[in-house]
Ligand binder design. Structure first.
Ligand code: EPZ
Length: 418
């Protein structure tokens, strides 16, 4: 196990290069199973979720070779349709493989997916969508077993705009016979990125980013070289870090329009933010003012993946805030840890009632999930005194070289083995 040791109080100055989006690269990797063509994905993030996804692909018989920061995938010899349960439990995005594996092998077997413990995380919408395409599904002994003679396009209406279900259905529909329409589809930028990747290998997908996606089945797919979009959640995490610690940072290689909801809220807090193409510059040298309410929503609303980090910021703003988490049932597990640092936050159901304090006090805290763990790091960076964030394996899942990037900005943070 590893932990971070942080001496808080340093302001942050300088530039940070944003990694490719974790939540783009993972479905794109799942999509490589669909094609026999060689695929090169550029500048992939050095995170454990990606390494685990590569292990799953290798287990399916795909060849995966890292070339610097790029990864080369050749699925022409893929010959297995079963995803090992140990790996499936490691990450949520293993479930996306259902769509591409069933498309390739007409069969698929996967244990229920893992991922952050932030709620129930059902897969009913994934399975309902796949059934609409002609897949027979059996759920037995913790496994999902799929088989189908032929995938046929269909009209699918999602009960809620699930990111994963949208992506899974897209992957299954790309080589189905006929046309598939996904209504009430998720509109996240990562969905559009997956569409662009699929079209890059010869698919015919249109409408991603709107609520309706149309997929015309094709017979063959090719290879390609692809640069995923930057990670809007990593960019947002660094902006919130600078807002909390004070200073002036530049998030480089970011897409400001993908986190406009956060930028609006940080400006409302009193941060000075300017945009220059793919650079977001945030400057702050004072104690910020609370925003009254934050409600997480599907894109383009305020992202649930920045809820914990933003709540940590609200914890040291002047005034009161109410944070409502609308997407996941238990995404406030980090709050008891923040309270160890002096936070005055009360959670009732899906709401966190925050009364801002002057400053956090350093403490030893435990990361329970990826974004909650990141929030604790941000609190430690701004706190008075020394903090330890324990069990940072959760944080490794989504942030590459986090301590290096923060140290380059002036933070006093080291990773140590426990
Ligand atoms: C993706 O998870 C992301 N993960 C999550 O990021 C992100 O928080 C989430 O989308 C929402 O934006 C990846 O892309 C790998 P959903 P996913 O299906 O697909 C309900 C991070 O920190 N739902 O959009 O699992 C579900 O309960 C991670 O990077 C069903 O009811 O999210 C939730 O309330 C955490 N039935 C809501 O939809 C289903 O079949 C949103 O879930 C599927 C989902």
């Amino acid at each position: 196990m590893e932990k971070y040791i942080i001496n808080g109080g340093n302001k942050l100055y300088g530039s940070v290069r944003i990694q490719s989006a974790k939540n783009s690269v993972l479905p794109i990797l799942a999509a490589t199973v669909l094609t026999d063509g060689k695929v090169k994905i550029l500048n992939v993030p050095q995170i454990s979720d990606l390494k685990n996804m590569v292990k799953i692909l290798t287990g399916l018989g795909c060849k995966a070779v890292f070339d610097g920061n790029d990864i080369l995938i050749d699925s022409s010899n893929a010959d297995c349709f079963e995803i090992p349960s140990a790996l499936a439990h490691e990450l949520r995005s293993s479930v996306f493989l259902l769509g591409s594996v069933i498309s390739r092998f007409r069969s698929a077997k996967i244990a229920y997916p893992g991922g952050c413990d932030i709620g129930l995380r059902p897969v009913d919408l994934h399975l309902t969508g796949l059934k609409r395409l002609g897949v027979e599904i059996t759920e037995k002994n913790g496994y999902i077993l799929c088989k189908c003679d032929k995938l046929r396009g269909n009209d699918i209406m999602l009960d809620c705009p699930s990111v994963g279900a949208t992506e899974n259905i897209m992957l299954a529909a790309v080589k189905a016979e006929g046309v598939t329409v996904i209504r009430n589809a998720a509109r996240e930028p990562e969905i559009e990125d997956l569409q662009n990747f699929l079209n890059c290998i010869g698919a015919k997908v249109h409408g991603a980013g709107s609520g309706t996606i149309r997929i015309e089945g094709v017979k063959t797919l090719t290879g390609c070289e692809y640069q995923p979009i930057p990670d809007r959640i990593e960019a947002g995490t660094f902006l919130i870090a600078a807002a909390m610690c004070g200073g002036e940072i530049v998030a480089e290689g970011a897409y400001p329009e993908n986190i406009s909801s956060l930028i609006h809220k940080l400006r409302e807090n009193g941060c000075k933010i300017s945009i220059n193409n793919d650079k977001i510059i945030l400057e702050n040298h004072k104690r910020l003012t609370s925003v009254k309410t934050i409600e997480t929503q599907p894109y383009p609303g305020f992202p649930t993946d920045l809820q914990a980090q933003f709540t940590a910021l609200c914890g040291v703003c002047a005034g009161h805030s109410i944070i409502t988490e609308n997407l996941f049932e238990t995404r406030f597990k980090y709050v008891p840890e923040l309270r160890k640092m002096g936070a005055d936050i009360t959670v009732i159901g899906r709401n966190a009632f925050v009364r801002g304090i002057e400053r956090y006090k350093g403490a030893t805290v435990i990361a329970h999930d990826l974004r909650g763990g990141a929030a604790l790091v941000l609190a430690g960076l701004s706190a008075e005194g020394r903090s330890e964030v324990v069990d940072i394996s959760h944080i490794n899942r989504g942030y590459g070289f986090l301590e290096y990037k923060l140290r380059n900005l002036g933070a006093d943070i080291v990773r140590v083995a426990v």
